[in-house]
Ligand binder design. Structure first.
Ligand code: NAP
Length: 357
């Protein structure tokens, strides 16, 4: 290049035709440089704009996502990464729609629901997402639902069709088997549910691979032995295992299985939702939790959510009707860092049965 510039200079002022002989190679070189830069820019743009893989996703799962993206419009392109904090909707009843809309306004981008009408209003979650289109597009909300244990024997689309209708969508991001078997009032007395969890899991796999209406699959309320069986049995590994976990029942055993297989442990009822038979919530009123909360000038809820997310590395899905609580759990959760002594004192609560008041 330097030589060419010198050449151009040295030929300046000579015969009229001569500079053109230098000009043509110079122009070619400039074009080559511009093209090379364009390629570099192009590649860089692609790297920056490609979505990061969901935490805990295997290569297989990533390739499945790409596969399911084919033939989708932009609004339905299924690339969203699973967030670490979601919004739970069990027990919200008629307030489900307004609560989910509030949660989306606050910034939640993952909503947990289920087919079971005993606890959830899948239809109101669907309405809330649809009515929040000015706030967030469907493709930017990670929607989880769960198959009712009464439906373990259903095949193919029959498993999920009502959920898609309820949720007003063409796909769900994550679908879980709610339970490995039907129990209690979930099945009417004496009712024998056809189908085992293994048969049902095979059908979930078809929802991803064949029907392309679910991006990821997983299970909930499976014990460690069933999870080991699942690992050996699955053609499509679960992305998520959703289990009850709070400071008194942390479930290290399932967390270990999840860590071993690279599955995400999603905790439900982190804020003590499973201690409903107590007059006051023993998790949020525990002395250790309250003392740590006072030290950081945060609520006890933030202490246990911070511990679950940042120490136990769980995905969390707190449920709330209260905008201030929603904001706290999503936006202020990482405003402090627990020290080793505090972590040890929270770990020590595991397995303790809180005294009734
Ligand atoms: N797979 C399963 O079998 C299963 C079972 C149970 C639950 N789940 C899922 O997990 C979700 C969460 O569990 P959960 O419903 O049992 O309830 P939870 O999240 O353990 O607790 C909810 C309670 O915590 C309060 N709360 C929420 N955020 C708060 C904050 N920042 N500060 C103070 N209080 C706060 C709420 O009161 P306010 O309304 O006043 O905020 C509510 O009383 C469920 O909604 C559901 O999606 C799954």
């Amino acid at each position: 290049m330097a030589q060419l510039i010198l050449d151009t200079k040295s030929h300046r002022g000579r015969r009229r035709g001569q500079p053109r002989r230098v000009f043509i190679p110079l122009l070619s070189l400039v074009l080559v440089i511009l093209y090379a830069n364009y390629r570099v820019f192009d590649v860089l743009t692609q790297i920056v704009s490609s979505p990061p893989p969901a935490k805990g996703k295997t290569d297989l799962e990533n390739s499945k996502t790409d596969e399911t993206n084919e033939n989708k419009t932009e609004d339905e392109s299924m690339t969203m990464t699973m967030p670490a904090i979601g919004f739970g909707t069990a027990g919200l009843g008629l307030e489900t729609k307004e609560s989910v809309k509030k949660a989306l306004q606050v910034g939640y981008r993952m909503i947990d629901t289920a087919q079971a009408p005993e606890w959830y209003r899948e239809d109101l979650v669907g309405l809330a997402i649809e009515e929040s289109i000015n706030v967030v597009k469907r493709k930017d909300v990670f929607v989880t639902t769960k198959i009712h244990p009464r439906h373990l024997g259903r095949k193919g689309m029959d498993m999920i069709e009502t959920s898609l209708t309820n949720l007003r969508t063409t796909y769900v991001d994550l679908v879980l088997l709610h339970y490995s078997e039907c129990w209690g009032n979930l099945c009417s007395r004496g009712e024998v549910v056809p189908g085992t969890w293994k048969e049902a899991y095979r059908e979930l796999e078809r929802l991803v691979v064949e029907f392309k209406v679910a991006r990821f699959i997983g299970v909930s309320n499976f014990n460690a032995n069933a999870l080991e069986e699942l690992h050996a049995f699955a053609n499509v590994q679960p992305l998520v295992v959703q289990m009850r976990s709070d400071v008194f029942a942390q479930d290290q055993r399932t967390m270990d299985v999840c860590a071993k297989y690279g599955w995400r442990f999603e905790a439900y009822s982190s804020l003590g939702g499973q201690w409903w038979q107590y007059k006051t919530n023993p998790v949020l009123n525990n002395d250790v939790v309250k003392m740590i909360a006072a030290r950081y000038n945060v609520s006890p809820a933030l202490v246990v959510l911070n511990y679950a997310k940042n120490v136990l590395h769980q995905t969390i899905i707190p449920r709330s009707r209260d905008r201030k609580h929603m904001e706290d759990s999503l936006l202020r959760l990482d405003s402090f860092e627990l020290d080793d002594e505090e972590i040890e004192s929270l770990k020590a609560l595991d397995g303790k049965v809180p005294s009734k008041d």
